[in-house]
Design a protein around this ligand. Structure first.
Ligand SMILES: Nc1nc2c(c(=O)[nH]1)N[C@H]1C(S)=C(S)[C@@H](COP(=O)(O)OP(=O)(O)OC[C@H]3O[C@@H](n4cnc5c(N)ncnc54)[C@H](O)[C@@H]3O)O[C@H]1N2
Ligand code: MOO
Ligand SMILES: [Mg+2]
Length: 618
């Protein structure tokens, strides 16, 4: 809504004789026709920078939405409108002038001689136009499409902004269609009960495990610094012993143990990294540091604390003789060759999950790249007409920001799996089909959220079945959250694709991603799919749901002789993602029965260790 507009004609001649002004009236006519409700102010000023600036500021401070100037944009010495305008602008909007120039250049090369600028001061949009009526009439048509929306943005008129964004969004969507075999027009004919049987958890797990066996394992070579958490695809053997030389464990003196206690001539000094040149003979020792090689002939090290200085050089720079106070034993404080890692020993075993210590071992053994089990390419897609990008500043009416996609990406990353962002698909068969096709083209495993329950716009299952000939291995599981969890496979370009269509509720997506997706990904990368399970005690009474529930909880360890104590993270409803924040475990709570509707505090329940065990802040 443009409420107030000012039109400033900038011209020495028009200032003297108002009747010469034709471009101002052209702008006036345009505003009257296009914004009939706007209050319009017109004024003619001379080509004086100070006056132009003063008038611009005056109108902006008077909460005028739009100030249009005409004249003074050319190259003559008196043309100063752009300078005056720039002086008052807070932000330039250069594309407006560019658009006018581009359009005008199609008519005349003289357009190159206009220096018009545009931008905003506070909540006012200011646009310079050239001085001729013809140019003004052409240029105002160029900016016409953005005037209303631009002003709504500047004046923070959210309702108008949303209407335009909605329209842009729907225009955009129409171009991403694919023919779908799913007909949503006859809503009255939809099944009123789910055609998918409700499986027990154990059945669902068994299906995931069995179906993932179809995944054909591949290997890849990765640099060791990227190998943490990866599964090694072949045994790796030590090509060198560690240490590669007999090394001192202490700062002291390398000796011959047969010499026992007593005085020794200090024959050499060997620091870490030095190579001893002369073998020791009886009655001699070599001053050595921790990690230094022993000279030939030495078989033990006596730490400096067990020695006494007998004689030093006059300048004290050299120790000449020391006394060994305690008779050394053979091999004392020496790491013989291969003490830590004998040559030929197994450094990392095929199937090991690489950890930081192993990366250190590999680096120490001279391995820079290793062969690991390749991960499937995992795509992540959200579905829902209500979803906007999290980066969107403004929420349209009845919309929410997509939190599932980034949450699942992060969850998978926490558990060692990278993923590909496949965007948001709308709840329309053609668009969903198109989005799925794009996603299946780039990934092996697709994780979608939303659109799997009973709504007429829950289209994932029908689109997968009818457009991709998918086999739905399960479409409902007796669990809370996650009842409509769906697992399907289909062939795409000759390859089997694994599709986890998780419920859209954020907690359902979180829990099902851990239980099904991470399980499957581990399964096909030779981890065990299972989570570590431990017994925990409930901190408080818990009312049971009819469905077996995976409750998010934190652990504390009040008594090391006893089991950890689990505290539920607040209201467990499946939309409340706060209940998963900081969760160390998913408690496996049984479904309620008439005999057992609740579990009292202190009950022992199994917990899956799905998160980090961080002690709560005090
Ligand atoms: N008649 C029935 N209705 C529902 C049933 C049922 O059995 N019969 N099951 C309920 C259960 S349980 C769940 S769980 C949900 C699952 O719904 P959908 O998977 O179809 O998901 P949507 O309807 O698309 O969305 C559900 C909910 O989640 C929000 N959502 C979706 N995507 C995102 C996202 N990317 N980021 C944040 N929030 C998201 C969405 O706005 C909805 O509020 O169905 C019940 N209904
Ligand atoms: O099964 Mo749904 O995930 O409870 O809300
Ligand atoms: Mg739904």
């Amino acid at each position: 809504m443009v409420k107030a507009v000012a039109i400033i004609t900038v011209s020495d001649s028009c200032f003297k004789d108002n009747s010469k002004d034709t471009s101002g009236p052209a702008l006036l006519k345009f505003i009257e026709q296009n914004f009939p409700e706007a209050n319009i102010h017109t004024i003619i000023v001379p080509d004086e920078r100070e006056i132009i600036e003063r008038e611009l500021k005056y109108f902006c401070d008077s909460h005028i939405d739009l100030v249009l100037t005409t004249g003074g944009t050319g190259l003559s010495p008196r043309d100063v409108t752009p300078e005056a305008t720039k002086a008052v602008l807070h932000k330039e909007v250069p594309a407006i002038a560019v658009a006018m120039t581009i359009a005008s250049l199609k008519k005349t090369p003289m357009a190159m001689l206009s220096r018009a600028v545009a931008g905003i001061r506070d909540r006012t949009l200011i646009i310079n136009f050239p001085g001729s009526k013809k140019a003004v009439t052409e240029c105002i048509e160029v900016v016409k499409p953005i005037l209303g929306h631009g002003i709504s943005l500047i004046t923070n008129n959210l309702t108008n902004v949303r209407i335009v964004h909605d329209k842009l969004q729907s225009d955009h969507v129409c171009s991403h269609m694919r023919n779908s075999n799913v007909d949503i027009s006859k809503v009255a004919l939809r099944p009123r009960q789910s055609p998918f049987p409700m499986l027990e958890m154990v059945e669902a797990f068994n299906i995931v495990d069995a179906v993932m066996m179809q995944w054909e394992e591949r290997t890849e070579i990765v640099p060791i610094e990227e190998s943490a958490g990866r599964v090694v695809a072949e045994d790796i053997i030590a090509k060198e012993p560690m240490p590669p030389f007999p090394a001192s464990v202490k700062d002291g003196y390398a000796c011959i143990s047969l010499d026992g206690a007593g005085k020794r001539r200090v024959q050499a000094v060997v620091a870490a990294g030095d190579t001893p040149l002369t073998p020791l003979t009886r009655g001699e020792c070599a001053r050595v540091n921790t990690g230094a090689p022993l000279p030939l002939g030495a078989d033990c090290v006596v730490q400096v604390e067990d020695t006494k200085l007998i004689q030093a050089s006059v300048d004290n720079q050299t120790e000449l003789e020391v006394e060994i106070l305690v008779a050394p034993k053979p091999h004392q404080d020496v790491r013989p060759i291969g003490y830590d890692i004998p040559m030929g020993s197994l450094l990392v075993e095929k199937g090991d999950v690489i950890d930081a210590a192993q990366i250190g071992i590999l680096a120490g053994a001279g391995y820079q790249r290793i062969k690991v089990v390749e991960h499937p390419k995992v795509g992540i897609m959200s579905t829902g007409n209500e979803l906007q990008e999290p980066s969107d500043a403004l929420l349209r009416p009845s919309h929410i920001r997509d939190s599932n996609r980034i949450m699942i990406k992060s969850l998978l990353k926490e558990h060692g799996f990278e993923s590909i962002d496949c965007g948001i698909a709308r709840d329309h068969p053609g668009e969903l089909s198109h989005a799925l096709e794009n996603a299946l083209a780039v990934c092996d495993v697709l994780v979608c959220t939303g659109g799997v329950s009973m709504g007429d716009r829950d289209l994932l299952k029908p689109v997968l079945i009818k457009d991709f000939n998918a086999t739905v291995h399960f479409g409902r599981v007796r669990m809370k959250p996650g009842k409509p969890s769906t697992f399907a496979t289909c062939k795409y370009e000759g390859k089997t694709k694994f599709i986890f269509a998780l419920p859209g509720n954020p907690v359902s997506a979180y829990v099902c991603c851990l239980l099904f997706v991470v399980r499957a990904l581990r399964q096909c990368t030779r981890y065990s799919g299972e989570w570590a399970r431990l017994g925990v005690k409930l901190a408080r009474d818990v009312t049971l749901d009819p469905r077996p529930e995976y409750a998010r909880a934190q652990l504390s360890f009040p008594d090391i002789q006893d089991l950890p104590v689990a505290t539920l993270l607040g209201n467990q409803c499946s939309s409340r993602l706060l209940s998963a924040c900081g969760a160390s475990v998913l408690l496996e709570l049984p479904g309620a029965t008439p005999e057992c509707p609740m579990l009292p505090a202190g009950s022992i329940v199994p917990a899956l260790l799905t998160g980090r065990i961080d002690l709560p802040r005090l």
